[in-house]
Design a protein around this ligand. Structure first.
Ligand code: ADP
Length: 506
């Protein structure tokens, strides 16, 4: 089957030399066909069933329960993973506790070597990891290959470098590890989130129990295999699978020193309640509803690329997605026209096809949530627009979507949708957009597009957001801290603040 990349403009006609009318414009609703370019899967090895990675071995779950992980693009089962009970969580925490003494007293240089080794092995297996990430979670192979996996390896590489330099990272302090960290990750960037959590923790001398998300456990199992092959001492990293109950058992385990959580604000609140009154340390990276602000002096074509990347990257399953677009009124018509044209060129479909821009929605449940919000947006009276793309018959899909004429009080402008749905508003003055952008319970990220550095400094200083991109969007780097304000959580991951989150500074 050929994928149609729809291109170019409506009939803008002009006179040719012989007096007839010639169509000079690009057409966005017909045209370029792309032959399929599927990434092969024959190099990938996935077991039929995975146990829990505890104490350096894959072990059976205590209650013998497993659950299936499916490919959201085909709805076919890929493999089965263990459903860890509280007995398994206890076993994993005990393994981590046992490993903590020897690991934290190992010469830091030796610790660093292990972390480097994990990074190198991830790079060696990058192609396999990318394909599995795409199959298990639905993300486009182009993104898994070019963003998720290289960044995950880069995090291990970066923190490996800090392992024996903690005294320089925090001068005049006596940094010591916290102990055993319980880490819970979501399904949108499975391997990358595992790297964000594990790399700084073990480089700083902690040991960990990590729980992957229920719909995307497979790359964490591959990471467990890498860790085993790297010869990391048993119990330093334990990786378990399961759903919310397993996560709750980890949070509530009395021998955990630190909880690091990335996920929804709702679960973040449950976790904060659960640990109140204990001396567990915690970092929470929660939801977002970022403002992406386009001023009238912005380079508009680049800004349109930034809008597309901001909201449609990873099917919009991104906590820092630029899901609220604010366009200055005098350029709004132009920006919306260009945006709609660009949306029409996005290829939605087989995540393993290298042409694909937008893959499958991660799960049936998430698709239902997105569709519920689309209905809410229509009922609220916003103008609905969706690209006219073909979507496969099987699997979970949502074409790139936007709503115009959105008002501040609309739920689609206030609540996190976590899908490829953009809420567009306009503004006239800088003060107005700052007020509108900050009118949200969240404060994770924002974007600003303008030609003037002075406007960037003025606006970014007044936005309540942990990460603000200027004339770009969704750029990540291991050296750069990431985290939020307000209901987007607290604590930072990445950079030195991400290392500090796993240390007592004495
Ligand atoms: P999402 O809505 O994006 O699925 P969640 O916050 O529900 O995000 O899930 C993120 C992670 O939190 C997953 O690994 C999930 O299993 C875990 N989780 C869900 N409920 C709880 C809970 N009550 N305590 C701890 N972890 C939980």
């Amino acid at each position: 089957m050929k994928t149609k990349r729809k291109a170019a403009v409506k009939a803008n006609k002009t006179n040719s030399s012989n007096g007839s009318m010639v169509d000079i414009s690009l057409k966005f609703d017909e045209g370029w066909s792309y032959s399929p370019a599927p990434e092969s899967t024959d190099h990938v090895s996935i077991k039929e069933r995975y146990g829990l990675f505890i104490g350096g071995k894959f072990v059976k779950p205590a209650l013998g329960k497993y659950f299936a992980t499916i490919n959201p693009a085909t709805e076919k089962k890929i493999s089965e993973v263990a459903n860890a009970s509280s007995a398994d969580v206890d076993k994993a925490v005990k393994a981590a506790r046992k490993a903590f003494g020897p690991w934290s007293s190992l010469p830091a240089r030796e610790r660093g070597k292990y972390v480097y080794r994990i990074s190198r092995m991830m790079q060696e297996k990058a192609r396999e990891l990318a394909v599995i990430e795409s199959m298990d979670g639905g993300k486009a192979i182009r993104e898994a290959r070019d963003i998720d996996i290289p960044l995950a390896a880069a995090h291990f590489f970066y923190y490996a470098g800090w392992a024996d330099k903690l005294d320089y990272a925090f001068p005049n302090k006596k940094p010591t590890p916290l102990g055993v960290a319980g880490q819970i990750i979501p399904w949108n960037f499975p391997l990358l989130m595992a790297a964000w959590k594990i790399a700084p923790a073990i480089a700083a001398g902690n040991t960990v129990v990590l729980k992957s998300a229920e719909t995307t456990p497979l790359t964490s199992m591959k990471l467990a295999e890498i860790i085993q092959e790297a010869g990391l001492p048993d119990g330093v990293v334990n990786i378990i699978t399961g759903a919310g109950d397993t996560g709750a058992a980890l949070v509530n385990h009395p021998d955990i020193d630190k909880i690091a959580f990335t996920g929804s604000t709702g679960v973040g609140k449950i976790i904060q309640n659960a640990i109140a009154g204990t001396d567990k340390k915690v970092t929470l990276e929660l939801g977002g509803k970022a403002a992406n602000i386009i001023l009238d002096d912005a380079p508009l074509d680049q800004a349109v690329e930034g809008i597309i990347n901001g909201i449609y990257f990873n099917q919009g399953h991104v906590c820092c997605a630029g899901s609220r677009l604010f366009v200055q009124e005098d350029v709004a018509d132009t920006v919306i026209r260009k945006l709609k044209d660009r949306m029409q060129t996005l290829i939605v479909g087989d995540p393993l096809d290298k042409n694909t821009d937008i893959g499958a929605i991660n799960s049936k449940e998430q698709l239902a949530t997105i569709n519920r919000y689309i209905k809410i947006g229509k009922n609220e009276g916003a103008d609905f627009y969706q690209s006219k793309c073909k979507i496969p018959n099987k699997g979970y899909w949502c074409p790139p979507t936007l709503f115009l004429n959105v008002s501040q009080s609309h739920r689609i402008a206030q609540e996190e949708i976590f899908g490829p749905v953009l809420a567009v508003q306009t503004f006239r003055t800088v003060d107005e957009v700052i007020e509108k952008a900050n009118n949200t319970p969240y404060g994770l990220s924002a974007g600003i597009w303008t030609d003037k550095g002075s406007k960037i400094f003025n606006i970014t200083a007044k936005l309540n957001a942990g990460v603000i991109w200027a004339n770009t969007y969704n750029k990540f780097d291991p050296t750069s801290p990431f985290g939020g304000y307000k209901e987007s959580g607290f604590g930072r991951e990445g950079g030195l603040p991400g290392l500090q989150a796993y240390l007592n500074l004495g």
